[in-house]
Design a protein around this ligand. Sequence first.
Ligand code: BTN
Length: 333
Amino acid sequence: MAKEKKTKDKVFELLESRNMNFISGQEIADTLYITRAGIWKAVKALREEGFNIEAVNNRGYRLVLDKDSLSTAGVENFLSEYKENGLQIEVFKEVTSTNDKAREFELSGCGDCVVISDYQSAGRGRRGRSFFSPKGMGLYISFLLHPDMDISRVTPVTCMAAVATARAIEKVTGKNPSIKWVNDLYLEDKKICGILTEGFTSIEDGSLSYIVVGIGINLYMPPSGFPEDIKKTAGVVFGEGQTEANIRNRLSASLIHEFMTLYRNNETKDYYEEYKSRLNLIGSYVKILSPDKQATGDYAYVTGIDKDFHLCVEYEDKSVGVLSTGEVSVVKY
Ligand code: BTN
């Protein structure tokens, strides 16, 4: 069922549609069927969220936007183009981690929802690493979902998210990311996106209760650059001066649409071929980091990817095998 929009979001949408021009209080009241006091309350709430709204006598109100601000109304506005209206979307200025915020929503009894933030003070990556998430420079987004599936199917959902993200980036920016197994996105040999999927099981029967799929995309170069430890490997989608108004709202909407379309259908065939064609490891050698796999040699030649998203390899002794994410990490050689 479609969620009823809050008055403040309707006011935001109307102001935003005027492209930074003034709109009179009378027109807002007549369009949205609200009182002057209602408008003022909405403006106050939006200002508290950090939006810059000017109010001038005899002219009305005007939303002054940063070149690329993120907002619930902005994302929902683009989402409506895809007729994707039923999902709860929550946009924050700051959170510790959108994955943690999504978990809080779960604990408060929320159904499926999407959490987006302009900044993460404690963004998390895989294997206990942190994920650098500076303000206004990226898109940090998590999906809280309640799939009816076995825990073993969580890896394919992560691969599904990688394809959805690559598609959204391509559609909105025209750039064509590749995938580094299992689920990092690359542009020109630099990592521009990482995905952290977390599954939570029931203690009673060990079944999957819910998952949180968190996606972090580096869009712009942070003013003081990337931290030392990722300086050589991290990249951004947009080079200097390459930006467009509203790109983060648009990208969020496109990503939600692409991901939810694949997720609802939940058919590996919808994304497997594209995953494979974007994979940048096929035809290269990888160094094997897992001690038990090293019994067959330090390096393996990647021949393909199977339907469970395991890497198909040929070892130095010419025997063949598959590498699964839990067992090994690979580095391109
Ligand atoms: C990785 O590259 O190791 C995975 C990075 C995942 C980062 C995203 S940003 C949105 C969500 N919130 C988090 O704290 N992490 C994920």
